[in-house]
Design a protein around this ligand. Sequence first.
Ligand SMILES: Nc1ncnc2c1ncn2[C@@H]1O[C@H](COP(=O)(O)OP(=O)(O)OP(=O)(O)O)[C@@H](O)[C@H]1O
Length: 245
Amino acid sequence: MVAPPDNDVLWARGLTHAHDGSPALHSVSLGVRDGEILAVSGPRGSGKTTLLRCLSGQLLPQEGEVWFNSTPVHTMGPLTRERLRRDRFGWIDPEPALVPELTAWENVALPLMLRGFGRRAAKTAALEWLQRLDVGGCARKRPYALLHSERQRVVVARALVGSPTVLFADEPTAPLHRAERGHVLRTLTAAARSHGITVVLATHDPETAALADRTVSLLDGRRVRTVHLPQPAETEGRAACSLSV
Ligand SMILES: Nc1ncnc2c1ncn2[C@@H]1O[C@H](COP(=O)(O)OP(=O)(O)OP(=O)(O)O)[C@@H](O)[C@H]1O
C-alpha cells in the first residue's frame, strides 16, 4: 500500500466493484482535494452512486483502495467505518429520508445528539440551519406535513449541521423544481466553502456540475475525460450523451 498525497482529503486507486455480478465500477482512481467541491458526473447507471458509496466507506470495493486523510478506509472494520461516517462524513440521498416520528428540527439535530451534544445546543444549531435553508417555519412539523421539497431542504440541513469533513451528495436536488434547485445548491456550496467542507457531488445535470470546482466523469463505470450531458430539453429523440475517453 502506498499512502496518498498529503493535500488529498480522499484518495482512491483502482476501485472496481460489481453488484451481484453486474459491473458498476472498473479501475477508477481519483483524488479529492481538501475543501474542494468535486462533481462526479455521468449518465444514469454510470456508477456515480457506487463510487460515492465506496469513497464514504458504505461499500467495500471488491478491488482497490480508499484513503481518508492518510488512513486506509478499505481495511477498516465495519464499526470503525461506521464511526468514521458518523463523525466525519455527511450524506444526502436523492430521496429525502427523514425519521417520521421526529419533527424537522429533531431530525436535523440527530447527528449532533449522536455525537454527544446536549439537546439545547443541538436544537440551536438545527434551527440555524433550517433558517439558512428557508425552512425555519417548518421546524416543529413532522415529515408527513412537509412538501417534498421542504423535506429535501431539511435533509440538506441535517447533512451540514455537524460540519462534516466531507459531504457526499448524491443527486441532492433531484426532487426539487428547477427554480428551487439553484437556491438549495448555492446554499449548500456557500455553506461548504465557508465551513471548509469538502463536497463530492454526484449529478447527471450539467447546471449542477457547473457549480463545482472540478468534474470527474464516469461512463459505464469507467473514468473518462469528458461526458457531454444533454440539457433536459435536448434529450428527446437524441442520443443520451456523447463522450471523449
Ligand atoms: N444494489 C444493486 N444491485 C444490482 N445492481 C446495481 C445495484 N446498484 C447499482 N447497480 C447497477 O450498477 C450500475 C451503476 O449504478 P449506480 O447507481 O452506481 O450508477 P449511477 O450513475 O449512480 O446511476 P443513477 O444516476 O441512475 O443513480 C448500474 O448498472 C446499476 O443498475
